[in-house]
Design a protein around this ligand. Structure first.
Ligand SMILES: *Cc1c(COP(=O)(O)O)cnc(C)c1O
Length: 385
């Protein structure tokens, strides 16, 4: 089976992890700050906090921004459930903004309309979480302008998008947001097995997230609330969690960062080639917007239902039967049973639901060969005929 995504682990990655295994520290040693420094330097951002997943990063990002009971958080329905769950962890309410069908990203026009309604009702969101779906940035300039106008904070869920750019900024620079979150799950652009990171330019948010990722405990003398009891002294100042990344993971991350630019460049080559090979098929290829450089985590096609009698399910099953590990990203979050029990219903976000009905993620990973790509395209032709 050709997988839809796959990590690339090379000898230098393995050597980096083995070195940690032979060292004094398996966790909380020098590799975590080294990984944070490498990502911060790539992004041109002041603060980077490594954690054990993007889900944890989203959680502590919401908490640092003061999200709690009675607050509202908005995100896109076309995302992994974690982008919405993080608000619920904090006791807040979640709501969704429909997508722009061209980019699958949260639509700034729909956001503006929803904000006007919310303002009239006195129910504005505290935080909005735009998701850079497939690795292509949202229209961040418009979203940031609305955030200043209506007074909400912005967390970029850039789980798909490390290595990407928006206009003249690097994703992760937080040029248009308060906090940006990356995921290092193996299917993403680079991996630490499990792992994530929260980035910010704001020192207070960074301090707060640093506390929250490790039990709410600090050992830094300058941050103590009370007088030290002695050299062993530490303080718990908030109710935090154990969301720490290990040194083994961080060493893998440092090593993977060296491949980042080449891997994202390889994804462009594969995407360009897909665009060519799919030109005459009854499918809608993904749009790449000219002011964005997508990290191309996913290559999502949509069946052109006017031109093919085949259902998405038929095409999907036929591809799987041919050894092509296609996938679907994502089932709209509001259609999950858990979210339906919170009151969401089918029909609420029609553009997200229409996208979902015809989307298929084709295999896309840096080590993919042209031969494998031809196999995918031929199987798709078969499936559509
Ligand atoms: C993968 C993913 C997450 C969660 O990442 P983890 O590191 O697995 O917790 C969150 N949001 C999006 C959009 C993702 O794709």
């Amino acid at each position: 089976m050709i997988p839809y995504g796959r990590q690339d682990i090379q000898d230098d990655d393995i050597a980096a992890v083995v070195e940690v295994l032979r060292s004094d520290f398996l966790t909380q040693g020098p590799k975590v700050p080294a990984f944070e420094a490498a990502v911060a330097s790539h992004c041109g951002v002041a603060h980077a906090l490594a954690v054990n997943s993007a889900t944890s990063a989203l959680h502590i990002a919401c908490l640092a921004l003061g999200v709690g009971r009675g607050d509202l958080v908005w995100t896109s329905p076309i995302t992994f459930v974690a982008s919405a769950n993080c608000a619920l962890y904090c006791g807040a309410e979640i709501d969704f903004v429909d997508i722009d069908p061209a980019t699958f990203n949260l639509c700034p026009k729909a956001l503006k309309e929803k904000l006007d309604v919310a303002k009239a009702a006195g129910k504005l969101p505290k935080v909005v979480i735009p998701v850079h779906m497939t690795g292509q940035s949202c229209d961040m300039a418009s979203i940031r302008e609305l955030s200043f106008q209506y007074g909400f904070a912005v967390i970029e869920d850039a789980s798909h998008a490390i290595g990407g750019r928006y206009r003249d900024t690097v994703i992760g620079s937080c040029a248009y947001s308060d906090i940006t979150v990356f995921s290092f799950h193996p299917v993403k652009i680079i991996t630490t097995a499990e792992g994530g990171m929260a980035l910010t330019q704001n020192a207070d948010l960074a301090r707060s997230m640093a506390l929250l990722r490790s039990h709410g405990i600090t050992r830094e003398a300058s941050l103590m609330e009370e007088e030290s009891h002695g050299p062993w002294y530490y303080e718990q100042q908030a109710l935090g969690y154990n969301y720490r990344m290990t040194d083994m993971q961080a060493a893998l991350g440092v090593s993977q960062m060296k491949h980042l630019d080449a891997w994202v460049a390889r994804r462009q080559v594969l995407a360009d080639r897909y665009d060519q090979l799919l030109r005459d098929l009854p499918v809608i290829a993904p749009v790449r917007v000219s002011d964005r450089y997508s990290a191309l985590h996913l290559y999502v096609i949509q069946l052109d239902q006017d031109k093919t009698g085949k259902s998405r399910r038929e095409v999907f099953e036929s591809l799987r039967a041919a050894g092509v590990g296609v996938n679907v990203h994502y089932i709209p979050v509001h259609l999950q049973p858990y979210y339906k029990r919170l009151g969401f219903t089918a029909g609420q976000y029609p553009l997200s639901e229409a996208y979902y009905a015809r989307a298929i993620s084709l295999p896309m990973f840096p080590k993919m060969t042209e031969q494998q790509q031809d196999t995918v395209v031929n199987a798709l032709k078969q499936a559509l005929s």
